[in-house]
Design a protein around this ligand. Structure first.
Ligand SMILES: Nc1nc2c(ncn2[C@@H]2O[C@H](COP(=O)(O)OP(=O)(O)O)[C@@H](O)[C@H]2O)c(=O)[nH]1
Ligand SMILES: [Mg+2]
Length: 457
C-alpha cells in the first residue's frame, strides 16, 4: 500500500466517522515542479468532495478536505462547509494522522473559491486570515521550483477557521506543520471515487423483480457503440479491454445482438447490461427488428441479415421485464446533420418513432469529439471547456429532441493506453445518469408494477 493510500484510508475513516469504508480515490491533479491555477481549476472544479494533499519537504504530509465543489468565480467567494477539515501527519506509516476540524461558527468560511486561487481553506480576507492557501496566481513571488522542491506562494496560518482544540495553548500551530513552510515535493488533488462505487452498488428498484437494467445502444455503423462498451469495461477494470468487437481496419464487425455485462477488476458485476447491435446504414435500417428487440422478443444472438425482412424471426414468446429494453442510447459521432442522406434521416426518424411508441427514455452519446478539436485530442480535459464540443451537444440535443443534459460527450478508449481521468469521468457520468434515468422511468411509468406482490403473500 502506498503512502497516499494509507493516508487516504485514514481520511476516509475520519469522514465516515470511524468506520472504514471501501471508498476509492481518483487522482485529479498533480503538481511536482509547477503549480498552475488554471490547470487546478480545469481538473478539480465541480468534482464534488476532494482532498488536497501536500507532501512537505520537512517530513510531513498535510492538506485539507472539503465536501464542496471547487469553482472559479472572478470575485473570490467563501463557501460554507460543515464537514471540511485540515490534516497533518509525519511521513511515516506508523504515525497517525491528526485532524484539524472547521471551528464552530466558522463553517461559512470553510473554503474560498476564486479564479486566481488554488485550493484555499479558510476565508481570509487578509493573507494571515487563510488557514491554508496553497498557491495563487498573478502575485510576486510566484510559486517556483528549486533544489528539487516546489516553493508554493500560498500561506499557512491555522487557527483562524480551523483548530483541533478550543484551547489555543494546546492546538496545533502552523509551525508544527512542515515548519510552517509551503515547500513541498508534490501536491495532489484527489477525489473519492463515489460514482464508480455507487454504480457498483446500485440495484434495480425493488418490486420490479429484475436482475438488471437493460440499455440498448443504437446508431449508425461506425459511430462507436462497441467502443463505448469497451470503454466502460476499461473504466471498471482499470486496464484496456476489448470485450465487444469494435471496428479494426475497414470491416465493421457487429452483426449480432449481444448483451454485455460490466464487470470490475474485483469481479463485481454491475446491475446493468449493455446491448450491442448492428449499426444502421444507408441501405439498411431495422424494420421490425427494433420493436421486437425493445419488447424482448428478438432471440439472443440474433444475427442481422444483410437485407431487412429476408429472414424468419423466431420470436421469444412471453418475454419478462428482464428481457426487455429499459432505456435506449443513440450513439452519434458526426452531428453533421446536413450531410445525412434522406435515407439515413428516414432510419433515424423510424428509430425515434419506435422508441417513442414504446414510451422508453432516450439519451445520446456523442463520440469522437476529439476529432473535431485538436486541443481535446491532446488533452481530453479540454472537452469540459471546448465551445465546439458544447455546440455539438446542443445540435445533437435539438436534432434528437432530447434535453441537453441527456446528451453525454465521451471519448472512447480505442487503443492500449493508461487510464485517462477525464475519459473515465465522462464515461462514468454517462452511465450513472442512464442508470438514474432508467430508475426515474420506472418510478413514473404508468402500468409498471412497482410492488412485489409475492413478498406480501
Ligand atoms: N477517435 C475516436 N475514434 C473512435 C471513438 N469511438 C470509436 N472510434 C473508432 O471508430 C471506429 C468504429 O467504432 P465501433 O465501436 O466499431 O463502432 P460501431 O459500429 O458503432 O460499433 C473504430 O475504428 C473505433 O476505433 C472515439 O471516441 N474517438
Ligand atoms: Mg459495433
Amino acid at each position: 500500500m502506498s503512502q497516499s493510500d494509507n493516508l487516504l484510508e485514514e481520511i476516509c475513516a475520519y469522514i465516515s466517522r470511524g468506520k472504514h469504508s471501501k471508498k476509492r480515490c481518483v487522482l485529479l491533479y498533480i503538481a511536482t515542479d509547477k503549480a498552475d491555477v488554471d490547470e487546478f481549476h480545469t481538473k478539480c472544479d465541480a468534482q464534488g468532495p476532494t482532498v488536497t494533499i501536500l507532501y512537505g519537504k520537512f517530513n510531513s504530509i498535510f492538506g485539507g478536505y472539503t465536501s464542496k465543489n471547487w469553482t472559479s468565480p472572478e470575485t473570490p467567494c467563501k463557501v460554507k462547509d460543515e464537514e471540511a477539515f485540515l490534516f497533518t501527519k509525519y511521513d511515516n506509516p506508523y504515525e497517525k494522522c491528526r485532524f484539524i476540524p472547521i471551528k464552530k461558527k466558522k463553517e461559512d468560511i470553510a473554503i474560498t473559491c476564486g479564479a486566481k486561487f488554488g485550493p484555499t481553506f479558510g476565508g481570509g480576507p487578509w493573507v494571515r486570515g487563510y488557514d491554508l492557501k496553497v498557491f495563487k496566481r498573478d502575485t510576486k513571488p510566484e510559486s517556483v521550483y528549486t533544489d528539487q522542491f516546489l516553493h508554493l506562494n500560498g500561506s499557512l496560518n491555522i487557527n483562524n477557521a480551523y483548530s483541533d482544540s478550543t484551547n489555543q495553548k494546546f492546538s496545533i500551530k502552523s509551525e508544527d506543520i512542515n515548519y510552517g513552510k509551503l515547500i513541498v515535493r508534490k501536491l495532489e488533488g484527489e477525489k473519492y471515487d463515489t460514482t464508480k462505487r455507487n454504480l457498483i452498488d446500485m440495484k434495480p428498484l425493488h418490486g420490479l423483480n429484475i436482475k438488471q437494467y437493460n440499455i440498448l445502444l443504437v446508431g449508425p455503423t461506425g459511430a462507436g457503440k462497441s467502443s463505448f462498451i469497451n470503454t466502460l469495461s476499461t473504466v471498471f477494470t482499470g486496464k484496456f479491454e476489448k470485450i465487444a468487437p469494435a471496428r479494426d481496419g475497414s470491416i465493421y464487425i457487429t452483426s449480432k445482438v449481444r448483451p454485455y455485462p460490466i464487470i470490475t477488476e474485483n469481479k463485481e458485476k454491475l446491475n446493468l447490461r449493455i446491448y450491442d447491435i448492428r449499426g444502421f446504414e444507408e441501405g439498411r435500417g431495422y424494420g421490425k427488428e427494433l420493436e421486437l428487440l425493445l419488447d424482448g422478443r428478438l432471440p439472443q444472438n440474433y444475427q442481422f441479415p444483410d437485407e431487412v425482412g429476408s429472414n424468419v424471426i423466431d420470436e421469444v414468446k412471453d418475454p419478462s421485464l428482464n428481457e426487455k429494453i429499459h432505456l435506449v442510447c443513440m450513439v452519434e459521432a458526426e452531428s453533421c446533420f446536413d450531410s445525412y442522406t434522406p435515407k439515413i434521416l428516414e432510419h433515424i426518424e423510424d428509430i425515434k418513432k419506435t422508441i417513442s411508441t414504446k414510451g422508453l427514455p432516450l439519451v445520446v452519446i456523442a463520440t469522437k469529439l476529439e476529432m473535431r478539436c485538436t486541443h481535446i485530442s491532446k488533452n481530453v480535459d479540454h472537452l469540459f471547456k471546448c465551445s465546439k464540443a458544447k455546440e455539438a451537444v446542443s445540435d445533437i440535443a435539438e436534432f434528437y429532441g432530447v434535453k441537453k443534459s441527456h446528451v453525454f460527450p465521451v471519448v472512447n478508449y480505442i487503443s492500449e493506453s493508461g487510464p485517462v481521468t477525464a475519459k473515465n469521468q465522462l464515461a462514468l457520468k454517462s452511465i450513472y445518469d442512464m442508470y438514474k434515468l432508467t430508475e426515474e422511468y420506472f418510478t413514473h411509468h404508468e402500468g409498471t408494477v412497482l410492488f412485489d406482490y409475492k413478498s406480501c403473500l
